[in-house]
Write a new protein. Structure first.
Ligand SMILES: Nc1nc2c(ncn2[C@@H]2O[C@H](COP(=O)(O)OP(=O)(O)O)[C@@H](O)[C@H]2O)c(=O)[nH]1
Ligand SMILES: [Mg+2]
Length: 458
């Protein structure tokens, strides 16, 4: 998300590099470029104007002495105002109510309600160690209930059955009873959507809201709708009193207008981002970190958290200790490393959060990268354990056998061994440094040339 905006903003702000002070005219010049950038990102006009007038007011208030580095000062102001625009602090779910606590999912058809219900359920189960159940009140869309059941199984959640013979109201009443009986902590209730906001849908979901009296009512909306997303959220909010928004499909949205408009227009915070189709493709929305990402500073904090939750910590620690002791880094370790990278969602998920990610060439094909890891795994599996422990054993005839066994070419086996050697060298170098640095650098190494263009921090 935000690639275009990020590029535009960083280049506009660079205009101030080297300026000796903030004046009405240089501020105006940058502000008018920022305005165009935001409008192109499809941020609502009223939001853009509000934002720019705060930025201008604050920038003009800086005296020369305070604004030692004009460019940095201005970036700081923009960062703070962007953060404010998206909701200031991160608003977690409130899970304190008496169980079963209800979360109601609302939104238009195809926005990602069903997918997000399962993602969110998994998040709550993993992070808060709660007993989570899913139930579906979507009796209109064919197989909507089955879809939720399948996702529920995938996520390892409980599922409360329902049937299209029932009314949504009956389903809600039954689900509530069943959740109590099964000692469920959190019940996520999925609902039907329509193509556009209409009275029937509104009265149905309002009725469900009365029956369920949810603690959280989350509006699920497709980020591709741009500022329209904020307008539809506002319509739902008037009927339902939303507690927050889940912005989906941000992985395919290069503009980001929705993320920037929702809070300002509805007053309701974005709580989560859908970042892909997979069950764990859900990010907690942090306005300040998002502002950093927009300004090309990268979102290292989220990256670290992901590394912490998704990488097998014990294995990572073991690996670090091993390398630290100047023992060896063999192909077994290399295989673990590749496995861990796959868990982190491959390069796609990582790249997006690194500083300067937006400046990467568009040709970066991350699904190709993911396939590359798959293939590397297969080649490594075709080696014997002994060969992985003692890579020097791998002579030309063994290479041929490994290539044949994994359905690859000898050149691919050579390529893998070369990458392993590079990684080994690098592991030795960074072995003593902190965990994150180690992970980040190993990833850079894995990506080979791909990462070459990323400027390191700022
Ligand atoms: N790429 C991507 N696809 C998503 C995301 N969230 C949902 N989808 C896809 O959007 C489609 C509609 O999702 P669904 O949950 O059925 O929407 P619903 O009609 O609101 O229940 C499905 O194909 C999902 O896989 C996301 O964050 N990223
Ligand atoms: Mg659905």
């Amino acid at each position: 998300m935000f690639e275009n905006l990020s590029n535009r903003l960083t280049s506009s702000l660079k205009r101030l590099t080297g300026a000796s002070k903030l004046t009405e005219s240089n501020i105006e010049e940058v502000v008018s470029e920022v305005r165009v950038a935001l409008l192109e990102a499809d941020v609502a006009l009223e939001v853009v104007e509000g934002f720019l007038s705060s930025v201008k007011r604050r920038a003009l208030g800086f005296s020369v002495a305070e604004a030692l580095d004009v460019h940095q000062t201005f970036v700081k102001i923009v960062h703070e105002e962007l953060t404010k625009m998206m909701g200031e602090s991160q608003s977690e779910l409130s899970l304190k109510a008496k169980p079963p606590l209800i979360i109601l999912m609302a939104g238009l058809q195809g926005s990602g309600k069903t997918t997000s219900a399962a993602k969110l359920g998994k998040h709550i189960k993993d992070k808060y160690k709660k007993r989570v159940a899913l139930a579906s009140g979507d009796i209109y869309r064919p197989a909507a209930i089955e879809q939720l059941q399948i996702l529920s199984d995938q996520a390892g959640l409980e599922f409360i059955e329902s049937s299209i013979e029932q009314t949504p109201r009956q389903i809600a009443e039954d689900a509530l009873k069943e959740a109590k009986g099964r000692l469920i902590d959190v019940l996520l209730f999925d609902t039907a959507g329509r193509q556009s906001v209409d009275d029937e849908m509104m009265s149905e979901i309002t009725e469900l809201s009365v029956v369920l009296s949810p603690t959280e009512t989350l509006f699920v909306v497709d980020s591709m709708m741009g500022q329209e997303a904020a307008t539809s959220a506002k319509a739902f909010d008037q009927a339902l009193d939303l507690t927050g928004v889940i912005l989906t499909k941000t992985d395919g949205d290069a503009r980001g207008g929705a993320a920037l408009s929702v809070k300002a227009i509805t007053g309701k915070p974005i709580k989560f981002l859908g970042i892909g189709e997979k069950i764990d493709a859900l990010d907690i929305f942090h306005p300040d970190r998002m502002a950093s990402r927009i300004l090309g500073m990268g979102d290292i904090l989220t990256l670290i958290e992901e590394a912490e939750t998704k990488v097998d910590k014990e294995k990572a620690e073991k690996l670090a200790t091993k390398v630290q002791k100047r023992q060896k880094f063999d192909l077994e370790d290399f295989r673990d490393q590749i496995e861990q990278m796959k868990n982190m969602g491959g390069l796609e998920g990582i790249l997006d959060k690194l500083p300067g990610a937006a400046n990467l060439p568009g040709s970066m094909n991350s699904s190709m990268e993911a396939k590359k890891f798959e293939r590397m795994g297969i080649i490594l599996d075709s080696m014997s354990k002994r060969e992985r422990q003692f890579p020097d054993l791998i002579n030309p005839s063994r290479k041929k056998r490994i290539a044949a066994g994994s359905g690859s070419q000898v050149s691919e086996v050579n390529g893998l061994l070369k990458q392993y050697k590079q990684m080994q060298k690098m592991m030795k170098k960074v072995g003593r440094k902190g965990g994150m640095q180690r992970i980040a650098s190993s990833m850079q190494n894995m990506g080979g040339g791909v990462f070459g263009g990323i400027p390191k921090g700022r």
